[in-house]
Design a protein around this ligand. Sequence first.
Ligand SMILES: C[S@@+](CC[C@H](N)C(=O)[O-])C[C@H]1O[C@@H](n2cnc3c(N)ncnc32)[C@H](O)[C@@H]1O
Ligand SMILES: *[C@@H]1O[C@H](CO)[C@@H](O)[C@H](O)[C@H]1NC(C)=O
Ligand SMILES: *[C@@H]1O[C@H](CO)[C@@H](O)[C@H](O)[C@H]1NC(C)=O
Ligand code: SF4
Length: 447
Amino acid sequence: MIRRTFLTGRRVFFLGLRCFSSGGEITADAPADLTQQASLYVHWPYCLRRCSYCNFNKYIPRGDNAHVMTECLQRETEALLQLSQVSSITSVFFGGGTPSLAQPSTIAVILETVSRRVNLSDEAEVTLEVNPTPVGMAKLEDYCRAGVNRFSIGVQTLQDDGLSLLGRDHNSHQALRTIEEARRLRPGRVSVDVMFGRPHQTVGSWERELSELLRACDDHVSLYQLTLERGTRLFQQVHQGAVAVPAEDETADMYQCARTTLQQHGLVQYEVSNFARHNAVSHHNLSYWKGRQYIGVGPGAHGRFVPLAEGGGVREARTQTLEPDVWIREVRRRGHGTRRRIPLHRLELLEEALAMGLRMTEGITHKHWGMFSPQLGLREVFGSSADVQELLHSGHLILDDRGLRCSWAGLALLDSMLPALLVELETQIPQRSPVEHGAEGRRPPPS
Ligand SMILES: C[S@@+](CC[C@H](N)C(=O)[O-])C[C@H]1O[C@@H](n2cnc3c(N)ncnc32)[C@H](O)[C@@H]1O
Ligand SMILES: *[C@@H]1O[C@H](CO)[C@@H](O)[C@H](O)[C@H]1NC(C)=O
Ligand SMILES: *[C@@H]1O[C@H](CO)[C@@H](O)[C@H](O)[C@H]1NC(C)=O
Ligand code: SF4
């Protein structure tokens, strides 16, 4: 009955949801205790080459503009911190693109800018994504000096033929050495990204890969299911029949196999695609799943925060200009390169809280839900839906004194359960006032 789907770690920014235009009547403000702090994402938009599967916002640099990028990232960080009026930044994540192409001094400048403007605790998690090439590895120590205290390494696979199919510019030996060096510098704070559902992969070969990975890895693993993205070389190769990818069922088996194997080695699953030992979870990513504010700096970066300095009280989904040269011009002209702002009203906030929160194994606690929906509890929203009852009876979903969460089996099917939950949410959330639910409280059809 439930379609078999599985999920990847890529849906961090939940943009798949319809964006309702605000009817004007919803004025529910974001909770005040959510507006004082935020996490910070910084996007480095350059890569030395294009991996065959990747459609992220990345560009091959035409010349060396490290100086200009540093200046503009710094300026935009200042502008958006000021706009948000947050008093502290709880974590920083340097992603890309390939942020391990940036100079350690660039990282230091941005972190100093944050510290100068707001509270940034020495204990705050500061992660840098690293491509495991010799160039990246050579800079790890200097990144630590700049303030980085966690590394996320894009290993993808430890098989050399697999790496060349993906168009990666590192080999397995370099990946292992980079992991080793990162663990020496920041023991217990190194994560590896690995990908499954890759061309020519089988469940058997994936099992062998996992055991090799388990010998090398530190205390955190992120699993990415390969998505064939339109416009990439791999997409074309697969559609022309030149390269074969595993069938859907087989990929689902790979996911289940990885969950079980990692768990057996003490890497506890805490989110759809994330596993940690000794509680070495990613606090930065957890803040997304918990629906906290984040500020996105750099070309194409996404953010979700209340621009308090403008006097409003509504959280916005904000996207920065994609193209680095255009973004640079905008930052120089007006201090930031924000291209799109979408206000998130009550229903949209709850949709995101639901879709993101259920990705965590602990799910959504009553307290967590209450921050976004003080009037209508989880039981009130979902208790009366026949579709949701069915998910509870089948054991895929659990609603109890702790809150709402997926069971072990349900987590692999989250994508197929969400529509029923979102429909119920839309039905139950009144538009004008909390007492007005029922037919009149429903959102008018989009015009
Ligand atoms: C966009 S990359 C940025 C970090 C770094 N450049 C790297 O490649 O590791 C972050 C993660 O997204 C994954 N990713 C990119 N495109 C993907 C796709 N089409 N399907 C699944 N994962 C993908 C990458 O493999 C990588 O581990
Ligand atoms: C964690 O957050 C970073 C920064 O936004 C993102 O690039 C990465 O894909 C996330 N990891 C997972 C596994 O969701
Ligand atoms: C840092 O935090 C303290 C205590 O929470 C607060 O009083 C102070 O204003 C914050 N600093 C800035 C620059 O916001
Ligand atoms: S996967 Fe990483 S290194 Fe490869 S093109 Fe995408 S962002 Fe760049």
